[in-house]
Ligand binder design. Structure first.
Ligand code: ES4
Ligand code: ZN
Length: 326
């Protein structure tokens, strides 16, 4: 009975959140108005009604159009600060936050504008909410490796403002092999490496993310269950999976939250974490992801402590900080 309270209050990290996916319809309209950007919806309620997705691509189309209102440093700051405030209220002590610079630089927004706004929000989150935040720069995999290299070049003057790189956007048809060289360069620069794999794509993309990109965590990864040898490898090597139950439901990766493989992944001995992915689009923040999964799958307080512990262990935070949270 006390489980929902525990899930919302236990100290935990969030390791799979796209900051552009935290942009609520109300804030999209507020920013659109002040930037005089026209939107193809009459108001925020009409926009929210359009959030009915059939697969990853149907979501990405509307996600990129929502992000098109972001023009000024303050827009990025307001977006991230709103997320940090909600996350801190749900027991999040540390967040490793994805951002998609190409979504903005391809519209003419300078990389500096994006990273300056995000950095200011993270600084405020630490002082106001005690939440430490780091950023992970994601390359859009539907774009070319050349475009990823150009983005890395633009980001290098701000190397100290992000801790790693990731790979997101349309998975099918865009295997990790496409980005092998740019990720090798990122590793030389001392950046952490993660990658979305096995959300819609096959288990072979998870293997490729590990073998070719040297990914330290796999984002989603739920389709690993189709390959028992891969599951054994992920368990043996303690490769964390950043699983996003409500995302998988809304993007029709699973038909029903009760059919979500979270429990199977845990029972297989994997380092599973729960995350919100794009909470403004998928109907809930981190606590809702925990609560709905726990209710549907019959998980208990033991699972809760294990998942919170995994989220701390799987983070890139310094070991002394981790000890404070455990
Ligand atoms: C994403 Cl759910 C998901 N998958 C891949 N790329 C993404 N970008 C934002 N959300
Ligand atoms: Zn994601």
């Amino acid at each position: 009975a006390a489980l929902p309270g525990l899930l919302a209050s236990m100290p935990k990290t969030e390791l799979h959140i796209h900051i552009e996916g935290s942009l609520e319809p109300e804030l999209i309209f507020e920013i659109a108005q002040r930037n005089r950007v026209a939107l193809p919806y009459s108001d925020f309620e009409a926009l929210r009604k359009a959030y009915a997705f059939t697969d990853l691509q149907s979501f990405l189309d509307i996600y990129y159009s929502g992000a098109s209102v972001l023009l000024q440093e303050e827009d990025f700051e307001d977006m991230a600060l709103a997320y940090f405030e909600r996350a801190a209220a749900e027991g999040v002590v540390h967040a490793e936050v994805f951002f998609d610079p190409q979504t903005h630089t391809d519209r003419g927004v300078p990389f500096a504008t994006v990273i300056n706004g995000l950095t200011r929000a993270a600084d405020i989150a630490l002082t106001e909410f005690g939440l430490s935040a780091s950023y992970i720069l994601c390359f859009l995999r539907h774009l070319s490796e050349e475009a990823a290299f150009a983005t890395l070049e633009q980001a290098l003057p701000y190397r100290s403002r992000f801790i790693g790189v990731g790979l997101d956007s349309s998975e099918r048809g865009h295997p990790p092999s496409k980005f092998e060289r740019v990720f090798a360069r990122c590793r030389e620069l001392g950046l952490h490496v993660v990658a979305h794999a096995g959300e819609e794509g096959p288990p072979a993309y998870i293997e490729a993310a590990l073998d070719l990109l040297k990914a330290e965590r796999i984002d989603h990864g739920v389709r690993c269950l189709e390959d028992p040898a891969l599951v054994a490898r992920l368990a043996r090597d303690k490769v964390p999976l950043t699983v996003c139950p409500l995302s998988n439901l809304k993007l029709c990766v699973v038909d029903d939250i009760a059919a979500h493989p979270l429990r199977k992944l845990l029972d297989a001995g994997l380092v599973v974490t729960i995350n919100s992915d794009d909470p403004a689009y998928f109907g809930g923040y981190l606590a809702a992801n925990y609560q709905q999964s726990f209710a549907a799958l019959g998980l208990d307080a033991g699972h809760a402590w294990q998942l919170a512990r995994n989220s701390i262990d799987a983070s890139f935070a310094p070991e002394p900080r981790k000890r404070e949270w455990r």
